[in-house]
Design a protein around this ligand. Sequence first.
Ligand code: HXC
Length: 260
Amino acid sequence: CREGSMEVLLESGGERVALVRINRPEARNALNSAVREQLARIFVELAGNDEIRCVVVTGTEKVFAAGADIKAMADAQPVDMMLRAGERNWAPIKDFPKPLIAAVNGFALGGGCELAMHADMIIAGASAKFAQPEIKVGIIPGAGGTQRLLRAVGKFKAMKILLTGEMVSAQEAEAMGLVTEVVPDGEVLDRALALARSIALLPPLAARKIKELVLQGGDLPLEAALVMERHAFHLMFATADQKEGMQAFIDKRSPNFKGL
Ligand code: HXC
């Protein structure tokens, strides 16, 4: 628990893995400013913590997160929203340099779906539901939903989700590429943590570069992205973990990656 607040919990997810848990079930984990500020602080801290190599973000049993807090926005004017500068609290999650896995049980709606889409992989329970229902309350997604959804699932699925606000099942989400894996509801967190722990055994500098290239490269012209990849590929040969990984292969032993 962080600084006296219990809405976002930071727990161990096993060796070198952190678990971030949104815990405001009475409001369906709605992302009010307190929750978002706590999330931002936690992600800043985890980015700088060399002990942590991979992070899982999750909600509670029935809800991942039901989106931005509608009650806190209902009477807002544009200037109020500008002054709230919500993007400041999304930035540490958007720019989080380590692999981030969302473990989604139940509803991931609006800002909750957008939070899941900030992750690098999404593990969903069989009864999870995804939606961008903003249009039903007279707004549009405000944390990257139109853009990340478009890039994840393509124009024609994204348009349906954004224009109707209707929920998409975990199975449909998996079929359209919004979800990495669907597992039984009771196994979501275990699966996400197991995946995180397996990634945490791998060289973190390589993981960081892969994440950066996938996220940044996807929006560049192919040739520019390929040059960026080549430079990063060459840079890996400056790491101790490259020497260790290849020597361990030759020696027929397990590697011990130090993150150097
Ligand atoms: C504020 C919320 C909330 C939300 C639920 N609650 N979602 N409060 N903001 N987003 C509150 C309810 O008002 C209610 O409070 C309590 O949580 C329980 O909700 P119920 O609806 O009674 O629960 P249930 O029947 O289980 O339905 C769950 C639900 C539904 C399917 C998640 O609550 C729902 O559809 N929520 C709204 C989803 C939504 O429209 N999200 C998009 C928000 S806009 P009381 O006081 O009555 O107990 C958005 C913009 C993003 O996200 C912009 C960038 C961040």
